[in-house]
Design a protein around this ligand. Structure first.
Ligand SMILES: C[S@@+](CC[C@H](N)C(=O)[O-])C[C@H]1O[C@@H](n2cnc3c(N)ncnc32)[C@H](O)[C@@H]1O
Length: 437
């Protein structure tokens, strides 16, 4: 299709209400291990499950997500006994996906959690520990200053002691399970402003006590693991590693064989939307996942910290967006250009790993920035074609209002009124489906 035909195709498609999954309750979207960790712009599992229903017809299929995030695609694939692979540049995403995709024997895990909780029974007023008050808090020395920026001293020491106990856990699968709980509670235990998608402090906030927060969350995760354990096929439970191939790394170079994947279900980062490295910085600091946060975030696609000069942009639709943005903001135009160049390389990689007859499904919404329509979805469609895909299907779906990242103030990341907002997302998104013939 020519760029104009693609634009026309998008104009003609109407919303398919059956893809809104309107009746889904939080207990449905957060079922099994899906509720282990908050993650910005995560899928609902029902969307992945429906795509697998429609496109997979063999029991030994292989499913991939180059931007796996907290692992919704990977977990959904594992739940059906499919092989699952994925990458994410975010080390927190790798930790979370690994734990979510691993079903642990419930009676064994329950014993481990009980032992752990008995060790961290805490005196709430003092935030000291019994019977392990002598435990040395594990606080990464080189990040102390940043940690102190976000946490009160007593809370910091409480978290440090919890982390010491977690590090003493010899079973690494259980240790990861605990680390995910630890990572999840960091925001509520800090003075990170809850309603903001940017790292902003709320000096009036009353953080939750670490022991309370981790206890509550571990008990919730325990239930999720039991449900997941019940549905994961025995063959996966016996040999989890032969079904799961997840890596910290770039979506542009996945450790996956040529022509080996049946279905890709993914949602990329958005240009100039969430800064994932910044958003997960509390976990990154505490778990010591990056020496230099500034360098680390340059690897993220869609970040405002990276620009390319001189690399060609093959999509005409993307080039037109960049040209329209240039007079408004050269910096933003360059960020958008870098984003679409990166995505072209990701689509090339998707094409390489899919088997002939396989499909990739990219979930993406459009945005409006400084008065310019950023037609991500249309540009993705054109880029998929450039990579060799046949444009197979386009689904337009409504995003439930409660999860729509719309109208945000650029500086604070808080929700803003329409006239004050610098950027805006539409209440719909697309699933652009490419077929490798
Ligand atoms: C929209 S999120 C994916 C959410 C996922 N669908 C889920 O359900 O959790 C996009 C992800 O892309 C990741 N990402 C950004 N740049 C990347 C890169 N260069 N390679 C791989 N992943 C990257 C981000 O860390 C983020 O986790």
């Amino acid at each position: 299709m020519s760029p104009n035909e693609i634009l026309e195709w998008f104009n003609q498609v109407s919303i398919d209400k059956t893809w809104s999954f309107e009746g889904c309750k939080p207990s449905d979207t957060g079922k099994w291990t899906h509720g282990y960790h908050r993650y910005p712009a995560k899928f609902i599992p029902q969307l992945v499950e429906r795509l697998m229903d429609e496109y997979i017809n063999n029991g030994t299929a292989s499913v991939n997500d180059p931007f796996m995030g907290c692992g919704t695609t990977v977990v959904s694939a594992i739940s059906r006994g499919f092989h699952a692979s994925g990458t994410d540049i975010n080390k927190v995403a790798h930790l979370v996906t690994g734990a979510k995709a691993t079903a642990i024997r419930p009676d064994y895990l329950e014993k481990k959690v009980k032992q752990f909780l008995s060790q961290i029974s805490c005196f709430e007023e003092e935030l000291s520990f019994f019977p392990v008050s002598q435990v040395q808090p594990h606080i990464p020395e080189k990040h102390l200053e940043r940690i102190d920026y976000w946490f009160a001293e007593a809370v910091r020491d409480g978290l440090g002691k919890i982390l010491t106990l977690i590090r003493h856990e010899n079973d690494l699968v259980v240790q990861s399970f605990f680390l995910v709980a630890f990572s999840h509670v960091l925001k509520t235990c800090s003075i990170w402003s809850q309603g903001s998608t940017k790292p902003t402090r709320d000096l009036k906030k009353r953080p939750t006590l670490p022991c309370d927060a981790i206890k509550r969350h571990l008990l919730k995760m325990l239930k999720g693991n039991s449900q997941f354990y019940d549905i994961v096929p025995a063959c996966v439970k016996d040999k989890p590693n032969s079904f799961l191939n997840i890596q910290v790394g770039s979506a542009k170079v996945q450790p996956v064989r040529d022509d080996s994947v049946d279905l890709i279900v993914s949602s990329s980062p958005y240009v100039t939307s969430y800064e994932y490295a910044d958003l997960h910085q509390l976990s990154t600091l505490w778990l010591d996942l990056a020496d230099d946060l500034k360098e680390y975030r340059k690897e993220f696609i869609g970040t405002s910290y990276k620009q390319y000069e001189g690399k060609p942009l093959s999509s005409q639709i993307a080039s037109d967006i960049v040209t329209e943005m240039l007079p408004k903001s050269r910096k933003k135009a360059k960020e958008i250009e870098a984003f679409f160049i990166d995505m072209q390389e990701v689509f090339d990689e998707s094409f390489r790993i899919l088997r002939p007859g396989g499909r990739c499904c990219y979930v993406i919404g459009n945005t409006r920035l400084k008065g310019v329509d950023i037609l991500n979805a249309e540009a993705f469609a054109e880029s998929l074609q450039e990579s060799g895909f046949k444009l197979d299907r386009l689904i337009k779906r409504e995003i439930p209002l409660k999860i729509l990242p719309q109208k945000r103030d650029e500086k604070t990341g808080r929700f803003a009124s329409k006239d004050k907002a610098d950027s805006e997302a539409y209440p719909t998104e697309y699933i652009v489906i490419g077929l490798k013939e």
